[in-house]
Ligand binder design. Structure first.
Ligand SMILES: N[C@@H](CCC(=O)N[C@@H](CS)C(=O)NCC(=O)O)C(=O)O
Length: 283
């Protein structure tokens, strides 16, 4: 555990840095309200999508572990992110990060002002179904391999399990990279920051919050080093410096504090942590 001690720090309840500036710029009532928490990577996906697609929206920070009634009304398990849609009477609600992302993409596409396909859409046009499917394959690998591998690694306490955890996380990155390379071989290079001239893709947005947390949380608590190689490092740089992503990032200390409870596998840290500890599916 790199000589680090559990200092009992808790998760933060308010964004810092760039994310705070963005939240402050989105504090007035709008038809779309994002119920979120500053440390949550699932929330960050949705937030990046809102930013990238240029929606008007409001950010409302909540504590998902306290489960306020206003959150439970939108999200049955009291998980963030949730969206409240106030353009309806009564207001409508959505939860689940991937479902919300799909909804926002559909909403943007159905908006007449945006009827022509733009690179903001995160997916190649409908006329290229194969290229779209490759992006979905990448996103599927992020959700089924990269995300659980991150928590398994971070929650592992003994050395042997941590070595296993690191290997599992690197293997998940490798499978994602193999899918990027496959897209390249197939000539599908317009979407995805893996390709130097590619634009931000759905899979990039899905992965970015955990790649960021690998560079700060895993580095700090597990001495993790991301795979070497110019190509991979170039991808990570493009991903983490993408303007829509950067606008949703808090300062490093917020992530280190907020993830301490995962790094020491404190009991009942979260539904995600419990699922990892019991070997069941993530919520
Ligand atoms: N599958 C959900 C997962 C969301 C999730 O786990 N959010 C965490 C915060 S990062 C949460 O709300 N946890 C509250 C709890 O564990 O009770 C999604 O993709 O939106």
């Amino acid at each position: 555990m790199s000589g680090k001690q559990d200092s009992g720090r808790s998760y933060h309840l308010q964004c810092t840095g760039e994310a705070l500036k963005t939240a402050n710029a989105h504090s007035s009532p709008e038809n779309i309200t994002l119920f979120g928490s500053c440390f949550c990577p699932f929330v960050q996906r949705v937030w990046v999508t809102l930013e990238h697609l240029g929606f008007d929206y409001k950010v409302h920070e909540v504590d998902p572990y306290e489960k306020p009634a206003e959150l439970l009304e939108l999200s049955p398990k009291g998980l963030v992110p949730a969206l409240r849609l106030d353009g309806f009477n009564p207001p409508r609600a959505l939860n689940e990060s991937a479902v919300i992302m799909d909804f926002l993409l559909d909403l943007a596409a159905s908006n007449t002002k945006r009827s022509s396909h733009t690179t903001e859409s995160l997916f190649p046009p409908l006329s290229d179904p194969y290229a779209r499917a490759l992006i979905r394959l990448q996103a599927d690998t992020v959700n089924r391999s990269l995300v659980p591998a991150f928590y398994r690694y971070l929650q592992a306490q003994d050395e042997e399990k941590q070595i296993e955890g690191a290997k599992g996380f690197v293997d998940a990155i490798d499978s994602l990279v193999k899918l990027f390379e496959r897209a390249e071989r197939d000539g599908c290079t317009s979407y995805g920051l893996w390709h130097e001239r590619g634009s931000l893709s759905y899979a990039d947005v899905m992965a970015a919050p955990w790649i960021l947390r690998a560079t700060n949380v895993l580095t700090h608590y597990r001495d993790f080093v991301l795979p070497e190689g110019e190509r991979f490092r170039g991808y990570v740089d493009r991903l983490l410096s993408h303007p829509a992503f950067k606008r949703t990032c808090s300062t490093e200390q917020l992530y280190l504090d907020s993830y301490e409870r995962y790094a020491f596998n404190r009991p009942n840290t979260s539904q995600v942590a419990n699922a990892i500890n019991s070997g069941t599916a993530l919520p």
